[in-house]
Design a protein. Structure first.
Length: 239
C-alpha cells in the first residue's frame, strides 16, 4: 500500500482557556475558571493572529486535505489558516484532545490537593499508561490516531496531509511517525512544550517518513506574531 508523501501536524493557536489556565497555575489556585465546555473554548485574539500566520506555510505546502479536531479552537485555527486557499477541511473526532476525566479543570496544585490518590497513581503508572477516571491515557489516544492515519494512507496514497489538533496529538503523531519507544517519547515530552500554532512535519524519503520540522514557530516570527507555549498535558493538566 502506498504511503503518505508528507504529513504535518499543527497545534491550535492560543485559546482563551490557555490564558486562563496559565494564570491559574501561576497564581497557585486549585481550579481553572473556564465557563465553556472544553470543546467550545475559542481562540484568543493572539491565537487568531497565530492561526493566520500558518496560512503562508499551507499555501506553499499545497496539502491535499486538512483534517481537524472538532474542538472550536482547532476549527477556528484551520479556518483562519486556510482562508483564501482551495484546500478541503475535514473534521474528525479522533483528533480531539486527550480527555482528562476527573482531572479536568484542575491545576497541578489542584490535583495534589483534591485528588492525592490520583496524583500518586499517575506518578506510579507514568504519562503513557495513566488513565484518570472518566478520561484517557496516552495509549488510548494512540488507538484512535493509528486508525485515522491508516485511513488517511488509504484515502490519499502518496498524498500531502495536514492535521490540526492539540499538544498531546502532536507528540503522539511523532511517536507513530518515527516509531519511537515509550522511553524516547517520554524524554521528548519532558523537555518539550509544544507551542501554539507550531508546525511539526515528516517527509517520505527512501520509503520512510523522516523528520522535517518539530515544534517550529519560524513562520510566526516571519509574520511578526508572538509564539506562546502553554503546557497542555499530564503534569500540568490544562487545556
Amino acid at each position: 500500500m502506498e504511503q503518505l508523501q508528507w504529513l504535518a501536524v499543527v497545534r491550535h493557536g492560543q485559546s482563551t482557556g490557555n490564558v486562563t489556565a496559565q494564570d491559574a497555575e501561576t497564581a497557585g489556585i486549585e481550579e481553572i475558571d473556564i465557563p465553556e465546555r472544553d470543546a467550545d473554548v475559542p481562540l484568543s485574539d493572539l491565537g487568531r493572529e497565530q492561526a493566520k500566520a500558518v496560512g503562508a506555510v499551507l499555501a506553499e505546502a499545497s496539502p491535499q486535505v486538512v483534517v481537524v479536531s472538532p474542538y472550536l479552537r482547532t476549527r477556528q485555527t484551520a479556518e483562519l489558516a486556510l482562508a483564501g486557499l482551495d484546500v478541503p477541511m475535514v473534521v474528525d473526532e479522533r483528533l480531539r484532545d486527550r480527555e482528562l476525566g476527573v482531572l479536568d479543570l484542575l491545576t497541578a496544585y489542584g490535583v495534589q490537593q483534591r485528588l492525592p490518590g490520583e496524583a500518586a497513581r499517575r506518578a506510579r503508572h507514568g504519562k503513557f499508561y495513566y488513565r484518570p477516571p472518566g478520561g484517557e491515557s496516552w495509549a488510548d489516544v494512540l488507538l484512535r490516531l493509528r486508525a485515522l492515519l491508516r485511513e488517511l494512507r488509504e484515502d490519499h496514497p502518496g498524498g500531502r496531509v495536514v492535521l490540526v489538533a492539540h499538544e498531546a496529538v502532536v507528540l503522539l503523531v511523532r511517536y507513530l511517525a518515527e516509531g519511537l519507544s515509550e522511553a524516547e517519547l517520554m524524554e521528548i515530552a519532558h523537555r518539550t512544550t509544544v507551542a501554539n500554532c507550531s508546525i511539526s512535519s515528516w517527509r517520505r524519503e527512501d520509503g520512510e517518513l523522516r523528520p522535517e520540522l518539530f515544534n517550529s514557530v519560524d513562520h510566526l516570527h516571519a509574520e511578526g506574531t508572538a509564539p506562546t507555549r502553554q503546557e497542555d498535558v499530564d503534569d500540568e493538566p490544562v487545556r
